[in-house]
Every structure is written in structure tokens, then in C-alpha cells.
Design a protein around this ligand. Structure first.
Ligand SMILES: [Zn+2]
Length: 262
């Protein structure tokens, strides 16, 4: 059984350090058996970055709820974010489909203003984390879970930025405010398909931007968010369809390709 201390040591070995801002995409089961489960992984992440660090976990909601309530709407991104968002002192951004949960020094700065901003684009929490020289940790998952690639698509202004992934993402969704009342959040640059996102790994590797390591049994990668955004910009400047998948029945990519070819 993995302990909190063993996980913290492994996180340090991969390069996670005091004072870092980090967004973590994770699969709890990929680590193997963890004493204390999701809470132990969260404790280890917080230990590794210390009091001056900021931990951000995606608490996205697919498909969206008819009304988003940051206190009760479940996240669809796994047990670690779902456990984290319920902890005392953790704040959740007020976005109906792409909320994040955060705690630490820059948490408030990252999550504030999300209802008026884009899901994962300009001025979203993940974009703010990138601007603050934050990192992305893939804990037992691949770049197909790396939402910073979507931030890169938005910064690069790919032609399919305003195309909704599906009908469920094309409507305005009310968000319940913690202080009472609601705000309606219209969809703005909601991200598309991420099936082909592993194409960013080779160019990132070539720049020496990725540190690889194991956390328990989980193959993991740490990199700077701005390196991902730069690589996405380079890929789509050569081929604007570089990040789209080839799956015929994908609800998004065949429609997005048509916009690219215009
Ligand atoms: Zn696709």
C-alpha cells in the first residue's frame, strides 16, 4: 500500500516543488493501492507544493447539469477532484461545464471571474495558471486528459473555437451563486474533442519540456503550462487540423474539419 509520504517523495522526484502552482489531471486507480485513497493523494500533492503553492484540479461536468451548483454538482473528472472539491478551504470556480477547484496562495486569483470568461480559453483559471508560470501534472493519464491543450487552441484562435462539442454544450446554463441568486453563463469557446491530444507529446519531449516519472504504479509527466501552449501554437500554425481526431463518428472533429477547410 502506498503511503502519503511515499507519494510526496515520488512527486518531488518528478519535479513538483515548494511554491509551485499546478493543475493535476489524474486517475486514482492508476497509482495502485493507496492507503487513505483519494484524500492521501491530495494530502501528498499539498505537502509537495507547500503553503506557498496552489493546487488546481479540474471539476468539469459532462454532460452539464440543467443548473450548476458549485456545492452539489458532481464533477466527472474522477475521484481525486470529486474528493478535493468537498474539502474545507477549497474554492470552486463558477463555470457550468469547466469549473476547477483550487486551494492555496493564488486560488482566488485563478478562479475569480470564470463566469464572464471562456471555459478554458483567454482569462480562464487554467490560462491564469499558465500566466503565473504554473505547471501541468499528468498523474497516470495521458495528454488526452490535458486540458491545457484546449487553452493552447483558444490562444492560437483555431477556426473551430466557437463550435459547440454537442447540443448539450450550446445552451446557456444557470449557475447558482454561493451568496444566493443565479447568473446565466452563455457558452463561450467551449472546448471540442481531445482524442488526438497525444500529438503534443513528441514536440514537448523534443524541447526537453517533460519530466517523466512514476508515482506508485502511475506513469506520470510534469511540464510547464506555457510550453504546452507554445507547442499547440506551433502545431496548428503548420496544420490547423493537427489536434482533431480521425474518428468518423466523433461528434466534433468532422464538423470542425469543415471549418478548417473553409
Ligand atoms: Zn474527435
Amino acid at each position: 500500500m502506498l503511503t502519503v509520504q511515499e507519494i510526496t517523495r515520488a512527486l518531488h522526484a518528478i519535479g513538483l516543488a515548494e511554491g509551485m502552482s499546478v493543475v493535476v489531471h489524474s486517475s486514482l486507480s492508476s497509482l495502485g493501492l493507496v492507503e487513505g485513497g483519494a484524500d492521501a493523494v491530495i494530502d501528498a500533492l499539498l505537502d509537495a507544493i507547500g503553503e506557498a503553492g496552489t493546487l488546481v484540479l479540474p471539476t468539469f461536468t459532462f454532460p452539464p447539469d440543467p443548473v450548476f451548483d458549485p456545492r452539489t454538482t458532481r464533477s466527472s473528472t474522477g475521484l481525486i477532484p470529486e474528493t478535493f472539491r468537498k474539502r474545507a478551504g477549497v474554492r470552486r470556480s463558477l463555470h457550468p461545464t469547466h469549473s476547477v477547484a483550487a486551494c492555496g496562495l493564488l486560488a482566488e486569483h485563478f478562479i475569480s471571474g470564470h463566469p464572464g470568461a471562456t471555459a478554458l480559453g483567454m482569462d480562464s483559471p487554467l490560462h491564469r495558471l499558465a500566466l503565473a508560470e504554473g505547471c501541468v501534472l499528468l498523474l497516470g493519464v495521458q495528454h488526452t486528459s490535458n486540458a491545457m491543450v484546449h487553452v493552447g487552441e483558444a490562444i492560437a484562435r483555431v477556426p473551430y473555437l466557437d463550435l459547440p462539442y454537442s447540443d448539450a454544450f450550446s445552451v446557456s446554463i444557470p449557475v447558482r451563486l454561493p451568496a444566493g441568486g443565479e447568473v446565466i453563463v452563455p457558452p463561450k469557446e467551449n472546448p471540442g474533442c481531445s482524442v488526438n491530444f497525444n500529438v503534443v507529446e513528441e514536440p514537448l519531449k523534443r524541447r526537453g519540456a517533460i519530466t517523466y516519472g512514476k508515482v506508485g504504479d502511475a506513469d506520470s509527466q510534469l511540464m510547464r503550462a506555457t510550453d504546452i501552449i507554445d507547442v499547440v501554437g506551433e502545431l496548428v500554425s503548420i496544420n490547423p487540423a493537427a489536434l482533431l481526431c480521425d474518428i468518423e463518428w466523433c461528434p466534433f472533429c468532422p464538423r470542425a474539419r469543415k471549418l478548417v477547410e473553409l
